[in-house]
Design a protein around this ligand. Structure first.
Ligand code: 5GP
Length: 247
C-alpha cells in the first residue's frame, strides 16, 4: 500500500490518498480543538490512543453486524479506511443529559434520559454545527428520508453495542457522535460508519465515581487529560498503550 499526497486535513486527522482509489489512510493527530476551534491545544499521544481505541470499537461494531470504513490499523497513528462520501450530518446519540442537551432543555448534567435519543446536526464549521430538523435535512438535500432513517437506526444499534461494551469496562457511555457515508464508487445507498469513535467523540464517565474520562477534561480545563485518555485505552484495549501518558 503506497501512501500518496494529503487530500484533506481536519482538526484531529489527516487523510492521505493511496494507490487504490477506494482506500485512504487516516492519520490521527495530537491536536485538540473545542468550541468551534476557538480553543486549541495538544493532548500528548492522543492520536496513538484514539487510533487504537477506534480500532477496537470498530471491530466490536463489525462483529455486531454494523459496517464501518475500517480496513485495518497500519501503525500507531495510521488506519487504512475505505474512502467514503460523508453525509454532512453529525448524528448524536445520548443516554444521559450533558453538554449542549443539558444547556438546551435545562436538564441537570447527569440526568438519565427516559430513553436514548438521537439528534441530527449540520456538519458545518462555518455555521457552528447547528441542530437540524428533518425538514432542514430534506430542504438542504443532505440525505434522503431512507438514509436518515438508516442513520438513526445505525446510531441506536451502535449505542446498544457500545453501552454494553463500555459497561463491561465500568464506563458509562453518556453520549457520542458518529458520521456515516457511502463508499466512493457505490452504486447503492448503503451507509458505512466513518470517522473515529474515541474519547474525542464520546462522553465517557467512570461508573463508580462519575469522573469524566473524555474530551470534556480538555474543554473544561479539568486536568489529567492524557491520563484519562490512557485509562480509557487501558480498559478498552486491555494494555498500557502509552507508557509516557501514565506518568
Ligand atoms: P454536545 O452536543 O453535547 O456538545 O456533544 C454531544 C457528543 O457528541 C459529545 O460526546 C461530543 O464529544 C460529541 N460531538 C459533538 N460535536 C462534535 C464535533 O464536532 N466533534 C467531535 N469530535 N465530537 C463532537
Amino acid at each position: 500500500m503506497e501512501k500518496r499526497h494529503k487530500i484533506y486535513e481536519g482538526k484531529a486527522k489527516i487523510l492521505y490518498e493511496t494507490d487504490d482509489p477506494g482506500l485512504v489512510i487516516q492519520y490521527f493527530k495530537d491536536d485538540a480543538t473545542a468550541f468551534d476551534g476557538k480553543k486549541k491545544g495538544i493532548i500528548r499521544d492522543k492520536g496513538v490512543v484514539n487510533n487504537k481505541i477506534s480500532e477496537r470499537l470498530f471491530k466490536e461494531l463489525e462483529a455486531a453486524g454494523i459496517r464501518t470504513h475500517m480496513v485495518k490499523r497500519l501503525s500507531d497513528r495510521e488506519m487504512l479506511v475505505k474512502r467514503l462520501n460523508i453525509i454532512p450530518i453529525e448524528i448524536i446519540a445520548r443516554n444521559i443529559a450533558a453538554g449542549s442537551l443539558a444547556k438546551r432543555i435545562g436538564f441537570d448534567e447527569g440526568t438519565v434520559l427516559p430513553r436514548p435519543i438521537v439528534e441530527t446536526y449540520y456538519k458545518s464549521d462555518a455555521l457552528g454545527d447547528p441542530l437540524l430538523c428533518d425538514e432542514h435535512v430534506f430542504m438542504l438535500e443532505l440525505a434522503t428520508p431512507e438514509q436518515l432513517n438508516a442513520m438513526r437506526d445505525t446510531a441506536r444499534k451502535v449505542n446498544q453495542v457500545l453501552t454494553d461494551f463500555f459497561a463491561e469496562r465500568r464506563i458509562r457511555l453518556v453520549d457520542f457522535k458518529i458520521e456515516l457515508g457511502t463508499e466512493y464508487d457505490a452504486t447503492n445507498g448503503d451507509l458505512l460508519l466513518g470517522d473515529e469513535i474515541c474519547p474525542d467523540t464520546c462522553r465517557l464517565w467512570d461508573m463508580e465515581t462519575d469522573e469524566k474520562l473524555d474530551k470534556d477534561r480538555f474543554r473544561r480545563d479539568l486536568g489529567k487529560i492524557e491520563e484519562s485518555y490512557a485509562e480509557v485505552a487501558r480498559r478498552v484495549c486491555g494494555d498500557d498503550l502509552v507508557a509516557g501518558a501514565q506518568t
